[in-house]
Write a protein that binds this ligand. Structure first.
Ligand code: AMP
Length: 591
């Protein structure tokens, strides 16, 4: 068997114009066979992939600077080219953004820029996007679809895709810029691939790319309801969008029924292109309106809403891991008995792994690294004996059970780029690792010797939310910050909750939060009062919605939105939204 990178379609440079004309054929068994062959020899495919990347881009200003001199082997690469963060590459990327089309990071000029959601630091960051990234995105989609289709086959039908294109604009240098998801949705290959995967979107493009996401969301729901019998899959990029959509449905369902009954679109939809597109779909249908109305009235607290509305749904699909885990409970509530299938692992910078075990519950989802879409390295997180950061290892050298930070070298101009994610190797698919997403590497909460990550915060919130659940209430969303204006500093946790809770219950939640950070540094600091009492602040209903709107206003896409789980001291606007909406606040008495 030919195991060259070329035989696995490493960075095929094709004519996109021609591609648009060609029907796309997708045989899931062929896709799986190719994946199996490639992952059986993952180490070699990685070496070939690196060679291909360096051959294509060796003459760039960036790689020349590091003196590779045409060498393409991993050892030379690792000894010459340093590990970098986005900040290190910013000067290069900014020149591209400003219109310098010389070979800066890539051999072929970059014509499109992605805006990463940048939820952590409060500002979106620019990353290059190109055809190779688009093709690897489709490779990931097709591979996970093929594995999904074995377990949960779907026929001809539609997918209620709760997706939103963000504003696209031209940079100073004339490059098209939008979020990565928008760049993907706008590419003709996306629509063709969705069709080949029996998952065409229910909604017209005018809805996906509408300028007002609240209006687009309303229309997505309407399109889904009109085609309810055809809907086989409910999906979004990140699960937050699905939960957000059905929370909105709880508010808007009667208006949606009225629109269906009368065949007239609500006046809340004011964008002319969206109105025109929707009016082509909407016809008076009192029977359907009555049916939906009755179904909604028959539900208890909206449990099982999705299968009631869309009776032929086979599964719900989207990224449900990492910062999406806190939404799983609500998603399960809406989904009733329907399976939740967790989607793949990637970022605006590029894709990493594919979920080839779709039957696993989202909490256990893993991602098999695709060895031909980039060159991957992994920094072991277990401290080395000298206390220094350990040296990165290659994909073929990682060990099951260990945690690593992911380093990416891509076909789109990123070389040894620290993605900032922590993953754990759960096992192997053939010889490629299956990764579990753990968290962002950035420490979230730290005052002195304490170290708490996004995951630690999530676990503490989950523990304290149990107290709330005993009172039939839930945490709608949450975030945190360090308050160092007090002496000593302390953690502040913000909660939006689904209803009114008594002071007694919230005091108990606050104590439970404080006790649930199990990090030894935190515990010992709390005991000796080197860290002050944890504060729980309850914010008004709708506060996190305002935070979402704020990020969307900055150019972020709803499709890629992740609630920041810690708000940094410079993220003034979000801090202001939170602080202006606090209704109650409690201080822990746990220590
Ligand atoms: P963005 O650049 O906005 O697309 O965000 C990318 C980041 O989202 C990644 O670096 C991860 O931190 C997170 N992410 C992406 N896919 C997953 C996944 N399957 N599970 C958990 N987190 C993910």
């Amino acid at each position: 068997m030919d195991l060259s990178a070329e035989s696995f379609g490493v960075a095929p440079r094709r004519n996109m114009g021609m591609l648009e004309e060609m029907p796309l054929s997708l045989d899931p068994e062929d896709v799986i066979a190719e994946f199996e062959a490639m992952t059986r020899d993952a180490g070699r495919v990685q070496i070939e992939t690196l060679k291909k990347i360096l051959e294509e881009n060796g003459r760039t200003e960036y790689l020349q600077r590091w003196g590779l001199d045409g060498r393409t082997d991993p050892e030379s690469y690792k000894s010459c080219v340093p590990l970098v963060t986005h900040e290190d590459l910013e000067p290069y990327i900014n020149r591209i953004v400003d219109g310098d089309d010389s070979s800066i990071l890539t051999g072929n000029p970059i014509t499109t820029i992605s805006l990463s959601s940048g939820t952590t630091r409060g500002m979106p960051k620019f990353v290059p996007f190109n055809d190779e990234l688009m093709e690897s995105t489709m490779q990931i989609y097709k591979t996970s679809y093929s594995f999904r289709n074995r377990e949960f086959p779907i026929g001809n039908g539609k997918c209620l895709q709760l997706i939103y294109g963000s504003r696209q604009f031209k940079t100073k240098g004339g490059l098209a810029a939008g979020t990565a998801t928008t760049n993907v949705y706008r590419n003709p290959l996306f629509k063709r691939t969705m069709k080949a995967m029996h998952s065409p979107c229910c909604s017209p493009e005018e809805v996906i790319f509408g300028p007002d996401f609240h209006q687009s969301l309303y229309c997505h729901l309407l399109c889904g309801l009109i085609q309810r019998e055809e809907v086989q899959v409910i999906s979004s990029t990140f699960a937050h969008s699905i939960v957000f959509a059905f929370r909105t449905f709880e508010q808007d369902w009667e208006e949606l029924c009225t629109d269906i009954r009368e065949g007239v679109l609500s006046s809340r939809i004011s964008v002319p292109s969206v109105r025109t597109a929707m009016s082509k779909l909407l016809k008076p249908n009192p029977e359907l309106a009555d049916l939906i109305h009755n179904k909604c009235q028959g539900l208890s607290n909206w449990y099982g809403l999705i299968p009631e509305l869309f009776p032929n749904t086979r599964y719900i699909y989207g990224i449900m891991t990492g910062s999406m885990e806190p939404y799983l409970k609500k998603l399960r509530h809406y989904a009733g008995e329907l399976p939740l299938l967790s989607a793949d692992y990637g970022s605006s910078e590029g894709w990493i792994g594919v979920n080839v075990n779709p039957k696993l519950p989202p909490e256990m989802a893993t991602f098999a690294v695709l060895p031909n879409i980039g060159y991957f390295e992994f920094i072991p997180l277990r401290q080395s004996l000298d206390g220094l950061e350990a040296k990165p290892v290659g994909l073929a050298e990682v060990k099951a059970g260990e945690e690593y930070e992911v380093i990416v070298t891509s076909f789109a101009g990123l070389y040894r780029y620290r993605l900032g994610d922590v993953v754990k190797v759960k096992g192997f698919h053939n010889s490629t690792p299956e990764l579990q997403f753990i968290c962002r590497r950035n420490l979230l909460l730290t005052i002195n010797i304490d170290k708490n990550t996004e995951k630690d915060l999530q676990l503490a919130v989950e523990a304290a939310a149990k107290v709330l659940a005993e009172n039939r209430l839930e945490v709608v969303d949450f975030t945190s910050r360090i308050d160092s204006s007090t002496e000593p500093g302390h953690y502040v946790i913000f909660w939006e909750i689904s209803g009114e809770a008594s002071d007694e219950v919230l005091e108990e939640c606050c104590n439970c939060l404080d006790k649930s950070f199990l990090d030894a540094g935190y515990l010992s600091s709390r005991k000796v009062k080197a860290i002050g009492a944890l504060e729980l602040r309850i914010v008004k209903r709708g506060t996190f919605h305002k935070i979402l709107d704020h990020y969307v206003g900055l150019g972020a896409a709803v499709s890629q939105f992740k609630t920041p789980r810690c708000v940094g001291p410079t993220n003034n606007k979000v801090l202001q939204i939170l602080c202006n909406n606090v209704v109650k606040s409690y201080s822990s008495t746990a220590f």
